[in-house]
Design a protein around this ligand. Structure first.
Ligand SMILES: Nc1ncnc2c1ncn2[C@@H]1O[C@H](COP(=O)(O)OP(=O)(O)OP(=O)(O)O)[C@@H](O)[C@H]1O
Ligand SMILES: [Mg+2]
Length: 577
């Protein structure tokens, strides 16, 4: 609707513009014949002025309507991209860099918008105007028109050749821009490390090199644009030359009037603009098409975790988890990360999971949280194959504390309440107490309203981990998974927190991955993992007795902490047995 109105206004502008040479023709013919009157001249001048005013108003109208339309189109596309990104899985984000995605959603989106707005406007305008101008010219004298348009096919051929190159080079420019964006992003994200390793000069040099390449690519692109534009002007002027020569002879011979020739040349001028615009439009369109292709490439990426048609939505999950012969290999990995793994987790129980680094603990946690696809029949929640359930029903049942804490540049309260933005301060404070961090929060300058800086730079490692635990607890989901979430907390605190959590969770299912075994001592079951399999299971006492690996790390850790002055946590653990 909007766009139709815009184009209607655009058509009117062109028609009005085309009418002006007719008035000029009458005036000049009048002057030549000596029949012109002063009143007639003033009337013609007034008419031209009125038409010019109409052109100005209509121009504003179509710009407003069509450009507004292109902005809406841009917004729709942006929303679609964003929604698409939100649904993508880990494999996708392993493949695509953030800088790449950022470049697509800024730079490329802008170029699509430009081609749908100005590009489309100029294109329709140019096509309409040239056809109309040629028709008007033909009405005056078709032979002269044929002569005038003769050089134009050359332009069409040249444009075709250049357009393809433009596409290739612009693509390169955009890809380079994406690389620069990613480089800037990752540099800023790791600025502490860069400064600590005094790599500023090296980073700057790399950035400079990328910038230079970008400029070179852009210059190569400019060469094409620079060829197209002046060349259109050259062709237009050739037409003018031909018209002056042949049209002049026709006028001298009295075949056409001087007014006809003047109008003809005025039309030719009107035609010059569309021809010049052609180069520009082709440029815009090629850019827009290239960018759209890049964006479509992103939108076409499918997540590996597809819900089957008719997936069941579980509204209340009890929290029973059964893993049956689950094997999992990362894309392009040589060996499987999980190997025919068997596991059972019951509601109301706490299970510890220990194992050497790289044995697959985090992988298991991520599969339980449905980050990666699993084969049919290998992962059951409440007795149902997760591949028959909606993604949401499983994800909504699991509260995961990932091994790497993610915090937002916001207040402490907002970070804890991330999964439940409407939670009140009481609820937030009570989970902070369970995570044994509320004292430290209250001691901060603004308490729960303290801003923690980007990714929590103002917090200690242990504080960050405990915030992440509090955040997961606040979700009150039936299944809690803590992936090594207390590694930066001292043993005594870790033990206290696990104790609090067990109490807080009551009937829920809890899986705690840890590298330290002492705090897991009162878990109901402890699983020992090696090479992607569960190799032993039992309670603390039993594993100490019969699992050499487990007993070994326990002795090592307890021994080490005794030597370093003993600690209550360990002492308590010993007494408990
Ligand atoms: N995204 C990934 N892509 C490919 N391979 C991966 C990926 N994540 C982990 N791996 C590999 O899978 C194996 C298991 O990794 P995982 O993170 O599950 O170990 P982990 O037991 O959690 O170790 P840690 O105790 O160090 O946290 C490792 O060999 C690791 O290199
Ligand atoms: Mg891990």
């Amino acid at each position: 609707m909007r766009i139709a109105a815009g184009f209607a206004a655009l058509g009117l502008v062109d028609l009005v513009q085309l009418y002006i040479p007719r008035i000029m023709k009458q005036v000049i013919d009048g002057l030549a014949r000596g029949t012109a009157t002063e009143a007639g001249l003033i009337r013609a001048g007034g008419a031209i002025f009125g038409l010019a005013l109409a052109i100005a108003l209509l121009r504003f109208g179509w710009r407003y309507l069509v450009l507004g339309f292109s902005r809406m189109l841009e917004r729709d596309l942006r929303d679609r991209m964003f929604l698409h990104l939100l649904g993508m899985d880990r494999t996708f984000f392993g493949r695509r860099s953030t800088g790449d995605i950022m470049a697509l959603s800024t730079n490329d989106l802008a170029s699509v918008q430009l081609s749908c707005g100005m590009g489309l406007v100029a294109c329709v305008d140019a096509v309409f105007m040239s056809i109309a101008a040629i028709l008007f010219m033909a009405a005056l004298n078709w032979r002269l028109t044929a002569i005038a348009v003769a050089p134009m096919p050359v332009l069409a051929v040249l444009t075709r050749i250049l357009a393809r190159r433009l596409h290739r080079r612009f693509r390169k420019v955009q890809e380079q821009f994406a690389r620069i964006t990613e480089f800037a992003r990752s540099t800023i994200a790791s600025i502490r490390l860069i400064q600590a390793y005094t790599q500023e000069a090296y980073q700057a040099a790399q950035f400079d090199r990328m910038g230079r390449e970008y400029v070179e690519d852009n210059i190569r692109l400019a060469v094409i644009q620079g060829t197209l534009f002046p060349f259109s002007g050259l062709i237009a002027n050739t037409s003018l030359l031909l018209v002056l020569f042949f049209g002049g002879r026709l006028a001298v011979g009295g075949i056409i009037t001087v007014g006809d020739l003047t109008a003809f040349i005025a039309y030719l001028y009107l035609l010059t603009w569309p021809m010049m615009a052609l180069g520009w439009v082709v440029n815009l369109f090629q850019r827009g098409a290239t960018s759209l292709q890049r964006i479509e490439g992103l939108l076409e990426e499918r997540t590996d975790i597809e819900e089957p048609a008719g997936a069941i939505q579980l509204d209340r999950v009890v929290g029973t988890i059964a893993v049956q012969g689950l094997s999992f290999t990362y894309p392009r990995a040589r060996a499987p990360a999980l190997d025919r793994l068997q596991l059972d987790l019951q509601p109301g129980t706490t299970t510890g999971l220990v194992g050497r680094t790289g044995c697959g603990k985090s992988t298991l946690c991520h599969l339980l949280a449905r980050f990666y696809p699993v084969p049919d029949g290998t992962l059951l929640v409440d007795g149902r194959d997760v591949n028959r359930l909606t993604l949401d029903s499983v994800r909504n049942a699991v509260a995961l504390v990932p091994q790497e804490v993610v915090l937002f540049s916001d207040t402490i309260a907002a970070n804890i309440a991330f999964g439940r933005p409407r939670a009140d301060l009481d609820a937030i404070a009570s989970v902070a107490r369970v995570a044994a961090i509320d004292d430290e929060i209250l001691a901060m300058p603004d308490g729960y309203e303290t801003r923690i800086g980007e990714r929590g730079v103002k917090l200690s490692g242990g504080q960050r981990q405990r915030l992440a635990i509090a955040r997961a607890l606040l979700l009150e989901r039936p299944i809690l998974i803590i992936d090594d979430g207390l590694s930066a907390v001292d043993l005594e605190t870790e033990h206290a927190i696990i104790h609090n959590i067990r109490h807080f969770l009551r009937g829920r299912t809890c899986l705690i991955v840890s590298h330290r075994v002492a705090p897991l001592a009162d878990a109901d079951t402890i699983l020992v993992m090696a090479n992607g399999r569960i190799v032993d299971r039992g309670d603390h006492a039993r594993l100490i007795e019969r699992n050499a690996y487990y007993a070994g790390i326990y002795r090592h850790q307890v021994g080490a902490s005794r030597e370093s002055g003993g600690n209550g946590g360990k002492a308590k653990m010993e007494k408990r047995k």
